[in-house]
Design a protein around this ligand. Structure first.
Ligand SMILES: [Fe+2]
Length: 269
């Protein structure tokens, strides 16, 4: 059950499945972790794609992204102009929450992906989409993974919750519970909202990765429900359309506590 990692704006056509980036990798050797992640020779064009994506999101996120996301982004101090080195981002994460980054060649097989999360290692790509794919890529790239996912892993409670998702997934044997876990992942890590002092804010990267979904998610067109894992686990999702229903956590303490309660109820933690 690889959790789909939305990187395309909703209402996009589904990829035809022929793109090798969409084929999950089953690992046959350990991934390089932390300082073992090399820095590719990026072209000036690839750095410019990063710069363009960063500038667009920097304009859109204030007042929409969660305080915790923006705090993590600031603490990471990502280069706006050049694609960051995974090793450097990994060192920042490690100092903040004990997480590290592993360089993945692309989408990972679910067991391999969750096995890394369970050890506080985030599998991260180091290639970037082409300029023709600014609004659409069929699979995660380093802008989605670094800009979109790592800021929340800088937050101690979210970091603990994310590890527990990995641990629970590894312990899961029942396909129905597994489907519920995938939906909980979807409606939190990728599509979660949180109450901030300033109002409702986004922390899910599936929203943050899409300017259309970012605007849509905070309007009345998306129904908001208080986060209850049992309910999120029952809610089917459609990765090709804007989400009709989103779940709102009171805090990341509540997110972790509720997830642990649900996972323990299913014997996963
Ligand atoms: Fe993702």
């Amino acid at each position: 059950m690889p959790p789909p990692s939305p990187v395309a704006p909703p209402e996009s056509p589904a990829p035809d499945g022929s793109d090798p980036r969409c084929v999950p990798h089953k690992l046959t050797a350990p991934l390089p972790v932390g300082d073992a992640c090399g820095y590719p020779r990026y072209s000036a064009e690839e750095h410019d794609v990063w710069r363009t994506l960063y500038a667009r999101m920097a304009d859109l996120l204030p007042g929409r992204a969660a305080d915790e996301f923006l705090t993590g982004l600031t603490a990471l101090g990502l280069d706006h102009e050049k694609i960051p080195a995974l090793a450097a981002v990994s060192r920042q994460l490690h100092r903040a929450t004990g997480w590290q980054i592993a360089r993945t060649p692309g989408l990972l097989d679910a067991h391999d992906f969750f096995g890394h999360l369970a050890r506080r290692i985030f599998p991260c790509t180091d290639y970037i989409r082409s300029r023709g794919e600014l609004d659409y890529t069929p699979a995660p790239d380093c802008f989605h993974d670094i800009f979109g996912h790592t800021p929340m892993i800088m937050h101690p409670r979210f970091a603990d919750f994310y590890q527990k998702i990995g641990q629970a997934a590894l312990a899961c044997r029942d396909p129905q519970v597994e489907e519920g876990l995938t939906r909980i992942y979807w409606f939190t890590v990728e599509f979660g909202l949180v109450k901030n002092p300033g109002g409702l804010r986004i922390f899910g990267n599936g929203i943050i990765s899409s300017s259309g979904e970012t605007r849509h998610s905070l309007t009345a067109k998306a129904e908001k429900r208080p986060f209850v894992p049992e309910q999120a686990a029952q809610q089917p999702y459609d990765i090709w359309h804007f989400q009709d229903v989103l779940w709102v956590v009171d805090s990341f303490d509540q997110l972790e506590a509720e997830f642990v309660r649900w996972a323990k109820g299913h014997g996963l933690l």
